[in-house]
Design a protein around this ligand. Structure first.
Ligand code: CP
Length: 309
């Protein structure tokens, strides 16, 4: 692995290797002093053209725990606002001797474009509707942990229902590739207006009815309604969307008893998920966030540590 641009392009074996590495790094997170010298002298730059709380902060924490320098480019205060192109921006950061670029961008393919222009590793932290591979990895490890599959990293026999605004979601695509590579059955469930036209090219089955989508599911991954990416007219109203597609105690009855509830965050409570489900005993939403740090430590180590050594 030279870059991490998407889970579509990496094998089950590579995914398992990253997840096993993440479980090792997770042990460091429980130590009183959370520090390892693993990436001392290396520098990671985060360049986010879109807002983020979880991803950017956890990359920064992961780098710092591994003793790397973590430099954040605040795009709104950068020369991007003077019209500097993506190519010139990333080449400038390379000329400043960064060792790894973590990029989030509104355009699908932006991370791959940056990788083609650079000699240093690039990590896709979310590109348009395409992929969000580290979110996919942290979702995988969270499910492996909760079903006792950490040793095998094999999710055969499990059904994962990914529910909601599929067409605007990069998490849906990364999860579809990741969960299916580890042997799970993946379902997309959402309104037809929020379902991508290219579902046939993905390893999923599609349900346009919430009950059918949830029936027998072991895991429900609820997606945020991405109103910032949507064109108008896709939904009658938020209230009707919530009534028909929102995950609540009522709709949870259609899934397997005890089904896990996930959400990549940020949540629109009361829209795609009710507060009682988000905070309920089957929710692992905040465990996902914690696992994000360990996964990003593993990815940084893989791309900045192993390769260099
Ligand atoms: N899940 C996720 O990508 O969250 P942020 O937008 O807060 O990084």
């Amino acid at each position: 692995m030279r870059n991490l641009l998407g889970l579509e392009e990496i094998s089950a074996e590579e995914i398992r290797r990253l997840l096993l590495s993440a479980t090792g790094f997770k042990e460091i997170l429980s130590r009183p002093v959370r520090k390892a010298p693993t990436l001392r002298g290396r520098s990671m730059v985060t360049l986010f053209y879109e807002a983020s709380t979880r991803t950017r902060t956890s990359f920064e924490m992961a780098a710092k725990i591994l003793s790397a320098e973590a430099i954040n480019v605040a795009v709104a205060q950068s020369s991007v606002t003077k019209g500097e192109s993506l190519q010139d921006t990333v080449r400038t950061l390379q000329a400043l001797q960064m060792d790894c670029l973590v990029i989030r961008h509104q355009y699908s393919g932006a991370a791959e474009y940056a990788a083609k222009k650079l000699d240093v590793p690039v990590i896709n932290a979310g590109d348009g509707r395409h992929e969000h591979p580290t979110q996919g990895l942290l979702d995988l490890i969270s499910v492996c942990e909760h079903f006792g599959r950490v040793q095998s990293m094999d999710l055969s026999g499990l059904t994962i229902a990914i529910v909601g605004d599929i067409s605007h979601s990069r998490v849906a695509r990364s999860d579809a590739w990741g969960f299916s590579r580890l042997g799970a059955q993946v379902r997309f469930a959402g309104p037809k207006t929020l379902m991508p036209s290219n579902c046939r090219s993905l390893p999923v089955t599609v349900c346009s009815d919430l009950k059918a989508g949830l029936e027998g599911a072991d895991v429900i991954n609820v997606l945020r309604l991405q109103t910032e990416r949507q064109e108008k007219g896709l939904l009658p109203s938020l209230r009707e969307y919530s009534r028909q597609w929102g995950i609540s105690a009522r709709s949870m009855q259609w899934a397997k008893p005890g089904a896990l509830v996930m959400h990549p965050g940020p949540m629109n409570r009361g829209v795609e998920i009710s507060a009682d489900v988000a905070d309920g005993c089957h929710s692992i939403i905040f465990d996902q966030v914690t696992n994000g740090v360990a996964v990003r430590m593993a990815v940084l180590y893989q791309l900045m540590g192993v390769e260099r050594e």
